[in-house]
Design a protein around this ligand. Structure first.
Ligand code: MG
Length: 261
């Protein structure tokens, strides 16, 4: 009798299961709604309106911080926090090598930087790193090389547009001495771990005269003249322009502006 009862129980369960699947098959669900264009579009927030600069007048975009407009170095100081001692003349600023590096008073995180530079005509005796050497330091830590590499070879990870002693540029896009070169630099600041190492390394895109030299390149650490990159925890930092100790005539800069990102 007991066996009989169990047998019927199994049979009952099996019957229920069949009924359940069958009921589910018969249940009607709404059909997936067909996609319409508006389903994947959103309208807010709208990007802020930025009036572009005018290349004819070298004006900056409307939301840029103008760091040098040809008139004065009020946005700059030397490494001791004193007045920047470079020579402003004819709408440009020329390196005064005796005065040392200059740096922005304001500190920056991630940014878009526009800076134009011109190497003067000079004697052929100045070669390699001793020809129009300067540099743009990002957050005061990482040098994008400035150098006259027009018919002037040097170690490739030290030429114009290199992340100095780390990553060579992908091209040599130099204009002749006496002509203006344009750097547009897009920089993403690093994120550090508690222990001071990078969680995310700094990254940089460098465009010279419309030619990409660095494409979102990871920066490995500080750009040392002697030795390998060092990782040093830091926050926002200034743009530093290098006064290099080589004996060649100092280069000039103009039309410098920056947009925070
Ligand atoms: Mg340099």
């Amino acid at each position: 009798m007991k066996m009989f009862s169990l047998k019927w129980s199994f049979a009952g369960l099996a019957a229920c299961s069949v009924l359940s699947v069958s009921a589910q098959e018969q249940k009607q669900y709404p059909e997936q709604e067909a996609m319409r264009p508006g389903m994947s579009e959103y309208w807010t927030p709208q990007p802020k309106i930025v009036t572009p600069g005018n290349p004819a007048t070298n004006s900056a975009p409307s939301d840029a911080i103008v760091l040098f407009d040809g008139k004065d170095l009020s946005a700059w100081e030397n490494s001791k926090g004193e007045a920047a001692g470079w020579d402003v003349h004819d709408g440009v600023v020329t390196v005064n090598k005796k005065a040392g590096d200059i740096q922005t008073k304001e500190k920056f995180g991630s940014f878009q930087l526009h800076i134009e530079w011109c190497v003067p005509q000079m004697d052929a005796q100045f070669t390699s790193q001793f020809r129009g050497n300067s540099g743009v330091y990002l957050q005061g830590m990482y040098e994008v090389q400035v150098l006259d590499n027009y018919n002037n070879e040097t170690y490739v990870n030290g030429q114009a547009g290199s992340i100095y002693k780390q990553t060579p540029p992908m091209a040599n896009a130099m204009r002749k001495p006496g002509e203006w070169n344009v750097y547009d630099i897009i920089y993403t600041a690093p994120v550090f771990k508690e222990d001071g190492t990078y969680l995310y390394r700094p990254r940089v895109t460098v465009i010279q005269n419309g030619v990409v030299l660095q494409n979102n390149t990871e920066i490995l650490g500080t750009t040392e003249y002697i030795g390998f990159p060092q990782v040093k925890k830091h926050g926002d930092g200034p743009i530093i322009l290098q006064s290099h100790g080589d004996p060649s005539p100092g280069i000039s800069f103009r039309n410098i502006w920056i947009r925070k990102m």
